[in-house]
Ligand binder design. Structure first.
Ligand code: PLP
Length: 384
């Protein structure tokens, strides 16, 4: 029997904050006007969108004109890359093999259309090799650097400011996928040499299907989605009104209480690391978990054991939701491109646990208890 439901998959998505739902409700009920309509109903919802834009812009120290609301992180990543090619004359993209597919697949498509793609080398613990990045930047081609702020599988953090400086030195455009860090870190667009940032509201207790692209006012792009004049002619289509209102509320909650949330979630992660080390001999962590790492993500790697393929499923049956991170070298299961790029031993069991401000120490204790029962470690100190 399941006594508890523990959700440790917050990098996939987070539950919506009750305050966010509250803020959205009026826009599902009485405030229903089309923001493009010039009458009373439309003017009110248009005003709500522009207020949300100001709120979002404020928290990343940007101008409201630099915020383009989208359907989420994927669309924003696509827009940044494709507009760089279409409107900024980019012919060369530098990225890494561990980007999210929203970037990798977009770049792969571009490579079919004569865009040169370079993949920057990684250090042994999965960080971007900055020397190699600098070498790759030494080209006459108009270049876009697309590197994520934090990796969604292993949590490694990019030194965004340093990468921005390198881009400035070599006159390259810089796009950073900040989908995992928006709402979790202070991102100040005035302090970083950056052209594009991306956001998905559902990663920080906002609604799904809404996000934004930050596009620096210093560059000019044209429409990606053709249609109406919404989003300053850059993205046609009636706005996701209540989604946008919810996104702004989620940003506000995240940033007004950032220190408290950070402290809490970092505490959860450190506690989990300690408990795993105490209970599971040979456990390691993929990436730089105890170094420069996103505090919401922990990718644990258990030594080879006979439960390997079943562990995630068994955890689920026992009430713990986490995410697989298998490094499959062959076969029908393609596994994780991130762990494969890191050269992680495919015989080990890799699980990504990810936390939020709603995660409790009791959730972690319960998870450790279930892992112990499933792997049988405490009894025999072996993985059976
Ligand atoms: N980029 C990263 C790093 C992500 O983790 C995700 C979501 O999993 C995305 C992009 C896609 O965002 P969305 O789900 O909002 O389209």
């Amino acid at each position: 029997m399941i006594h508890q439901k523990v959700y440790l998959d917050n990098a996939a998505t987070t539950p919506m904050a009750p305050e966010v739902i509250e803020a959205m409700l009026p826009y599902m009920k009485e405030e229903f006007g089309n923001p493009s309509s010039t009458h009373y109903f439309g003017r009110r919802t248009k005003a709500a969108i522009e207020t949300a834009r100001k709120v979002v812009a404020k928290y990343i120290n940007a101008n409201p004109s630099e915020i383009i609301f989208t359907s989420g992180g994927t669309e924003a990543d696509n827009m940044a890359i494709n507009c760089s090619i279409k409107d900024l004359g980019v012919t060369h993209i530098i990225t890494s093999p561990i980007e999210h597919h929203a970037v990798l697949h977009t770049v792969e498509e571009a490579s079919k259309n004569n865009i040169r793609v370079s993949y920057v080398k990684l250090t042994t613990n999965g960080h971007i090799d900055l020397d190699n990045l600098e070498q790759l930047l030494q080209t006459k081609d108009k270049t876009l650097v697309s590197l994520m702020h934090a990796n969604n599988e292993i949590g490694n953090l990019l030194p965004m400011k340093n990468v921005g400086e390198l881009c400035k030195k070599y006159n390259a455009y810089f796009h950073s996928d900040t989908v995992q860090t928006m709402g979790h870190y202070i991102i100040d667009t005035q302090k970083i040499h950056i052209h594009f940032l991306t956001c998905g509201a559902h990663k920080f207790h906002g609604p799904k299907g809404v996000g934004f692209l930050y596009k620096s006012d210093k560059i000019k792009i044209n429409a990606m989605m053709h249609g109406g004049a919404q989003e300053r002619n850059l993205r046609g289509g009636t706005e996701n009104l209540y989604g946008i209102v919810g996104l702004a509320k989620a940003m506000e909650l995240a940033y007004e209480h950032l220190d408290t949330h950070m402290k809490h979630v970092q505490g959860i992660k450190s506690y989990f690391i300690e408990k795993l080390k105490q209970n599971f001999p040979g456990v390691t962590f993929n990436g730089d978990a105890e170094g420069s790492s996103l505090y919401t993500v922990l990718n644990a790697s258990f030594p080879p054991n006979d439960k390997k393929d079943m562990l995630l499923f068994m955890l689920d049956i026992n009430g713990v939701a986490a995410s697989g991170g298998s490094a499959c070298s062959s076969g029908s299961n393609k596994g994780s491109h991130v762990l494969t790029a890191l050269g992680v031993n495919p015989e080990r069991t890799n699980i990504r646990f990810s936390f939020s401000r709603y995660t409790t120490l009791q959730d972690i204790d319960y998870t450790i208890q279930k892992l112990t029962e499933l792997l049988g470690v405490t009894a025999e100190k072996s993985y059976g």
